[in-house]
Design a protein around this ligand. Structure first.
Ligand code: UDX
Length: 439
């Protein structure tokens, strides 16, 4: 059993710390934000993530997981320290590393025994060397530590499972001692034969960007294919399914939709383009994926306005789903943002319902009317747009919808509604890369 400290109790830190305590280690999740630590100590989870509360409670009760705002002490008592603070996008598209560097300095100031210092936050290639330099500058060249890059691959909404049952664990470590210690941290996975990729630091950092950017590229690709399908009368769902049955392609991340959002893909794709430029290289494929994503978001707004006969002013329009994907309250870079901006600028009365993301979107768009069920959202509406594929909307009662709205107009940006039903109920509808209604 190891003594582990995770610094940063955001999304990545809290899920990782909880997961590592579930592997049997003694974990302190530490953060300078005292209010977050107070919440956690009183049993409140500051983020929405299905299943997380149960695993936190289980490990707190077992005495393996605790929370502390005393970062210095948490560092001193640990064998392994994970840096899991935020790396937001800065003005020029690069990752803002000020929090990571500040934590590195604090670790160096409290380096009392040999420790493994491990970065989980997504950081540009080369950051590991900078962290090592900071630590050596502050703690001296003889400071006893090893540095490891151990990127996370957690999807919001499925993060607990992704942590406890990953496809692989990437450990970028130059010392075998540090690799063995990390292998021990992930012991239950190692025993289960989860692949452990032992590599150097730069390779580990690159794996994270290359993976995320590739998934984003896949999504932009299928979105552009969907747009061509619309023009030639093909069905993108069938195209994607048949493509995906080729083992070399795989069916995952081939769902056409309103463009990717969230805290990772938009930021990581831009950071990779920035990194490529910095080292004098191009990554034109990802640059194109970023541009295609932006135009996919605008395309959804144009589609909806066209469905409404280009007349939006004064009409009630209804948005179902605001989060960038289901099972999260995160609205960062959600395609709902472009939709709201477009509709408000044309004078629409925008009414919205999301099972859990209303309050986050309200902070950004207070002028939208937020309601707490889909029926209230669509009442007397002149047009409905589905933006997030919550299960609740997959099973939408279209008969009931038809009786509630003023005009039977639907844009399904997630391709989840039955087109046959929409035809039968005489809706005017559109979607992404499928057949739309004739009217
Ligand atoms: C992603 C990565 O999957 C994860 O490994 C990484 O560590 C963090 O970034 P996340 O952003 O939580 O996770 O969500 P993800 O499920 O990957 O979806 C990202 C976006 O792509 C969402 O907006 C989603 O709606 C969209 N998407 C996903 C599609 O449009 N089509 C798809 O087929 C899959």
């Amino acid at each position: 059993m190891k003594k582990i400290t995770i610094i940063g109790t955001g999304y990545v830190g809290l899920v990782s710390g909880t997961g590592i305590s579930d592997f049997g280690h003694n974990v302190i999740c530490s953060d300078i934000a005292e209010e977050k630590i107070e919440m956690l100590n009183s049993g409140i989870i500051p983020i929405y993530e299905p299943g997380l509360k149960d695993v936190v409670e289980r490990n707190v009760q077992a005495g393996r997981l605790s929370f502390s705002s005393d970062v210095a002490e948490s560092i001193q008592s640990a064998d392994v320290i994970f840096i899991a603070v935020g790396t937001p996008e800065s003005e020029n598209g690069s990752a803002d590393l000020s929090a990571v560097f500040s934590v590195a300095k604090t670790i160096a100031e409290n380096l009392n025994t040999y420790k493994v210092i491990c970065t989980k936050s997504t950081v540009p290639v080369g950051t590991g060397d900078k962290i090592i330099n900071i630590i050596k500058t502050v703690a001296g060249n003889n400071a006893e530590f090893d540095y490891v890059s151990n990127p996370e691959f957690l999807r919001e909404g499925a993060a607990v499972n992704d942590f406890l049952r990953p496809d692989r664990v990437v450990i970028g470590a130059t010392s075998d001692k540090a690799f063995d210690i990390l292998k021990d941290v992930y012991r239950p996975l190692y025993i289960n034969e989860t692949p452990m990729v032992h590599t150097n630091i730069a390779t580990a950092e690159m794996i994270k960007y290359a993976s995320n950017a590739f998934l984003a590229l896949k999504i932009s690709y299928i979105n552009e294919v969907a747009n061509i399908c619309e023009a030639v009368g093909a069905d993108v769902q069938t195209v994607a399914r048949a493509m995906g049955s080729d083992g070399r392609i795989s069916p995952k991340f081939l769902h056409a939709g309103p463009g990717f959002g969230g805290s990772c893909f938009p930021k990581d794709t831009k950071a990779l383009v920035h990194l490529a430029n910095e080292v004098g290289e191009d990554i034109r494929t990802i640059q194109a994926a970023v541009e295609a994503n932006q135009s996919q978001k605008s395309r959804m707004v144009d589609k909806f306005i066209r469905l409404l006969n280009n007349s939006v002013d004064g009409k009630i329009v209804s948005l179902l789903g605001l989060s960038f994907k289901p099972n999260t309250d995160d609205v960062r870079d959600s395609s709902a943002i472009e939709m709201i901006e477009g509709l408000l600028s044309l004078g629409a009365h925008v009414r919205a319902y999301d099972p859990i993301a209303n309050s986050n979107m309200k902070k950004r768009f207070p002028l939208v009317e937020y309601v707490d069920n889909w029926q209230s959202a669509v009442k007397d509406s002149s047009g409905v747009v589905i933006l997030t594929e919550w299960n609740e909307f997959r099973g939408l009662d279209l008969q009931e919808l038809a009786t509630l709205v003023k005009e039977k107009i639907v844009l399904d940006t997630r391709n989840i509604l039955s087109m046959n039903e929409l035809y039968r109920l005489e809706f005017t509808f559109d979607n992404v890369g499928r057949k739309k209604s004739d009217r």
